[in-house]
Write a protein that binds this ligand. Structure first.
Ligand code: FAD
Length: 350
């Protein structure tokens, strides 16, 4: 077991930001990342997700995201950028290292991983959501003889050429999948609630309101919900064209899945070769289960980024900070609080 001041788990935007600030203050730490290379979750996003097609990626602290061709896959651009950042700043990243459990070891938190165990005075958890895709359950799901996949498995439209795909989910990912797949295959779109298309530009006030609502939820110990999904579906030229051609005509959620497709209670059915679940993600925090952080509301209560039940643990890129700009702010705040915690601990020894 190695003794260390701080372990940061996850080297996406949130973990790199925390590490940047810890390093600037000379704080002894290590950054453990299960990825096989740099880029955080961006590394695994589908190749047809172009840089020009995402909402906007905030730069990491101290080094601007280089201007580049918007037609390049976001996964490539961000992985290169993060890789250079880690190298140039000499951040203490170890990978691939998967953290399996964080436990209360008395004076320290014990971090068990595929590369050994660390005993840390504080832990900053920055593991994002990508590793925990959310799959709803519907009757008959196991009967379906076609393919079921999640946004996390989607690699682009080509593999569906000539097929019929049911896309489930009311968010931006679902719309992007439909725009692409409908070029080569038949599609059906189902959502629980009618989608909300908007002409209004997403303003900073909208962003602050969305963040404030998720902040309220985590303060009260409720499951966080998504900041990014609070934006509505922007009426881009591609979306307007798809709405006019009927690609974005939406059906209500089906009631069950059959061997050959999906079915509604009114007797209607849709044949399908594949069901694509664009149903979002949940925080990837199974390794924190031994700390028993969840309260009666089903979520983890936070005060800022600090877990109320375990003040040596901070969650960044979680809930209100699950966006690139939120991850930057949370990473900085967590690093600052952890330094204060360590200083207070050092004084106890004097
Ligand atoms: P991630 O980038 O997910 O990084 C987490 C890291 O932790 C990964 O490297 C992972 O391998 C590692 N990890 C996970 N579990 C473990 C473990 N047990 N042990 C060790 N390592 C582990 N935000 C925006 O601001 N603008 C956008 O345009 C935008 N588009 C998005 C599009 C999609 C499809 C999705 C899903 C999200 C989007 N977001 C966007 C949200 C944004 O990507 C993230 O909130 C942001 O990048 C912060 O990332 P993060 O550091 O929290 O997590």
């Amino acid at each position: 077991m190695e003794l260390i001041d701080v372990v940061v788990i996850g080297a996406g935007q949130a973990g790199l930001t925390a590490s940047y600030h810890l390093q600037r203050s000379g704080t002894d730490h290590v950054l453990l990342d299960r990825g096989t290379g740099p880029g955080g979750a961006w590394r695994d996003r589908w190749p047809s997700l172009r840089l020009g097609g995402v909402h906007g990626i905030h730069s990491l602290p101290g080094s601007a995201l280089p201007a580049t061709d918007g037609a390049r896959p976001a996964s490539e651009v961000v992985s290169e950028y993060f890789g250079r950042y880690e190298q140039e700043l000499e951040l203490p990243v170890l990978r691939p290292v998967k953290v399996d459990a964080v436990r209360d070891g008395g004076e320290r938190l014990v971090v068990e991983s595929s590369a050994g165990t660390w005993a840390a005075r504080a832990v900053i958890n920055a593991t994002g959501t990508w590793e925990n895709p959310f799959w709803p359950h519907y009757p008959g799901q196991h009967l379906f003889t076609g393919r079921q996949l999640h946004t996390a498995d989607y690699r682009g439209p080509e593999e569906f050429r000539g097929q019929h795909v049911v896309v489930v989910g009311g968010g931006i990912s679902a719309v992007e999948h439909l725009l692409e797949i409908s070029e080569v295959a038949g599609t059906t779109w189902v959502t629980r609630r009618p989608p909300h298309f908007t002409d209004a530009a997403f303003t900073p006030e909208d962003g602050r309101a969305a963040v404030a609502e998720v902040e309220r939820r985590v303060r009260e110990g409720l499951p966080p919900g998504s900041v990014v999904s609070a934006t509505g579906l922007p009426n881009s030229p591609a979306v307007i064209a798809a709405r006019e051609s009927g690609v974005l005509d939406r059906l209500p959620m089906f009631q069950r899945i059959t061997a050959g497709g999906v079915a509604w209670d009114d007797g209607s059915e849709q044949r399908a070769d594949a069901i694509l679940w664009a149903t979002g993600f949940r925080p990837a925090i199974a390794h924190l289960a031994p700390l028993n952080l969840r309260g009666p509301g089903g979520g983890i209560r936070l005060d800022g980024t600090r877990a109320v039940r375990e003040p040596r643990l901070h969650l960044v890129g979680y809930g209100p900070s699950a966006s690139t700009i939120g991850a930057n702010r949370a990473g900085r705040a967590a690093a600052r609080e952890v330094r204060a915690l360590l200083r207070a601990g050092d004084q106890d020894w004097l």
